[in-house]
Design a protein around this ligand. Structure first.
Ligand code: MD6
Ligand code: FE
Length: 200
């Protein structure tokens, strides 16, 4: 498998998971989830999203980019919670803080197609992901879309670090296991990904 992939199962114990979900939920009033669309086709994504931090990842008909404001409210994104800044310091070995925390909200039927995270200039920084709520079937691939893949389950509190070579590897979410957690209201899954966008 690709070098640089780290899996930290239940990095966050249940009380910390609860606190993190509460903190993220508390930021959604000012920073609402919205349904982004795919470039070119304009088809809606099955995952709803928002961002935290000075920059946020945005997808719309014209393409993918990072921007300082919510596309629907026009307001700056809310700050990244301290717990997540601490996580980044603990696991990333990167000399600068993350600038974006993408919040992906999965319903029971949501999926995320095989992709690489390639819209950041700081290619030397890892992407750090936190899973909360229902379990997901995560697919890991290689450096080409056609590379062999393997699947693993991500449960609430798990952290994944895509560093080194794995930073450029394909990955996606094939399915959510409905009812596998009650942590997230409505039974869904929240995935938080921390990214450094620009070179420090
Ligand atoms: C998810 N994760 O777990 C989707 N990207 O819902 C990602 O797309 C991801 O887990 C970059 C680094 C780690 C990830
Ligand atoms: Fe990704």
């Amino acid at each position: 498998m690709v070098e640089g992939f780290r899996f930290l199962p239940e990095y966050f114990p249940p009380p910390a998971q609860k606190a993190l979900v509460a903190e993220v939920l508390g930021l959604l009033d000012e920073n609402p989830l919205y349904r982004a669309t795919m470039p070119r086709t304009g088809k809606p994504m099955s995952v709803r999203m928002t961002n935290l931090g000075p920059l946020g990842w945005i997808s719309d008909i014209s393409g993918y980019r990072y921007g300082p404001a919510h596309p629907e409210t026009g307001k700056p994104w809310a700050p990244i919670p301290q717990t997540l800044l601490d996580l980044w310091r603990a696991v990333s070995d990167y000399p600068a803080p993350p600038q974006a925390c993408l919040v992906n909200w999965y319903e029971d039927t949501s999926r995320l197609g095989l992709h690489i995270d390639a819209d950041e200039s700081a290619k030397d920084a890892p992407v750090v992901s936190v899973s909360l709520g229902s379990r997901a079937l995560f697919r890991r691939g290689g450096l080409e879309r056609s590379s062999p893949t393997s699947s693993m389950r991500l449960a609430s509190g798990d952290v994944v670090v895509l560093g080194g070579q794995s930073r450029r590897a394909y990955h996606g979410v094939d399915r959510i296991y409905p009812g596998s957690s009650t942590l997230v209201p409505g039974g869904g899954r929240i995935n938080l990904t921390l990214r450094r966008v620009t070179r420090p």
